[in-house]
Design a protein around this ligand. Sequence first.
Ligand SMILES: [Zn+2]
Length: 472
Amino acid sequence: MTETFDLSALKQSLDAAPDHKNLKPLGLQTIYLGRDALTVLPDVVAAMVDATPALGPVAVLSDSTPKRYHAGDLLSFVTGCIDARHRVRNVTVGVAGHTVHADEETLAKAIRDCDGAACLVAVGSGTVSDIGKAVAAAQGIGYIIVQTANSVNGYADDRSVLLINGVKRTIPTRWADVLIVDTDVLVKAPVEMNVSGFADLIATFTAPADWYLATLLGMDDSYSPTVVGLARNQGSALLEAAPLVPQADPNALEQVAKTLTLSGISMGIAGTTAPCSGMEHAVSHLLEMATTKAGNETALHGAQVGVTTIVAALLWQRVLGEIADGGLSRVRVPGPAESQAAVLAAFHTVDPSGAMGAECWRDYERKLARWAHASERIELAKRDWPTHEGTLRHLLATPQSLVAALQSAGAPLRFADLEPSVNEADARWAVANCHLMRERFSIADMANFLGIWDDDLVDELIADAAALGSSR
Ligand SMILES: [Zn+2]
């Protein structure tokens, strides 16, 4: 097996980092990444079963989407590996032919179905492995993830993206103990899923800037250059791999898998998804919430994030221009009543019951309260703004270079290119209201507090992003 991931070396380098005291422990015990990585599965499961007093079966969690491995079926292979030595209980989530959603009902059923299991093995992409994290946490059992595609970066962190009251929320659950990424599984995964994971990583060129700015202005306390460096240091190798991703080149897929894993770990050790999830993810979450509520299929998460990252990068350019023009002297603090009305109105269009709006307001209210005390930090930031701007520009990439990177991997560039495509009205709604969904401070909040976030700016950003995507 090709060993492409040395977790103990990474743990050592994190322990030696100057800001190691701010980092959370890395809970993953082992990562097997490379060709024939799955050959370790029987021994890994046996060791986990031996370590638990529970006598129950090994639960194998999956959805009904067929997944291939060499010439056969992956789930049958995994089940066959395990049932030679242990009883297996297959647990299936979701409905055949439909995307699985990690909502309250699906999760509660999966937890019940895993009652009494000795340990849990998830065979699936992001949503299945996220459900698995929540199930393993609830049942207090060991957890192994068999990653089935390079679709997202969420395999290697300790959080699950769950639908709470119809709102996408990232909830602390637990790390997997073991992550197995077999190149031969990735090679057989649908091309668009592997491309989607590459596109998800493009957020590495906007989200850390959101995080830095939030910490600078006292809206967050957690920024860490060590954490940001984990995935960013893979940048040039990742871009080199990009054109080979759609061809399912094994080395390119291993490079993307490695970067996704580092990206996941960066969120886990930061104790927040902020290093990988800024404005671009909030826009994507809103699009997913709207389509899910309407009962429609959503575009792949990463592919959508690639498109929304271009919008975020364009907004960053505007905001840096505004601040260079003295914008920080013109910041404002919106009143709670005005803000609450804005949040409730924004989500009423998608969920007239008001549950979604109330869920979002609970989070947004905390952000607003924090902003009310930001004036001292804003004054400090103003004094040394050229240095901060230099750091921010280093963290960012130009919208043009992001479009070029996405295009080289064959990823969608525009809302209209997504599958299913996102229409202009939905794109406008999601961009315009992305800052209202959660507590995290993003570049859209900055634009709002600078007083420049209006319908005209949203329309311009969407038009500019579409033009960039069309000109390639
Ligand atoms: Zn993502």
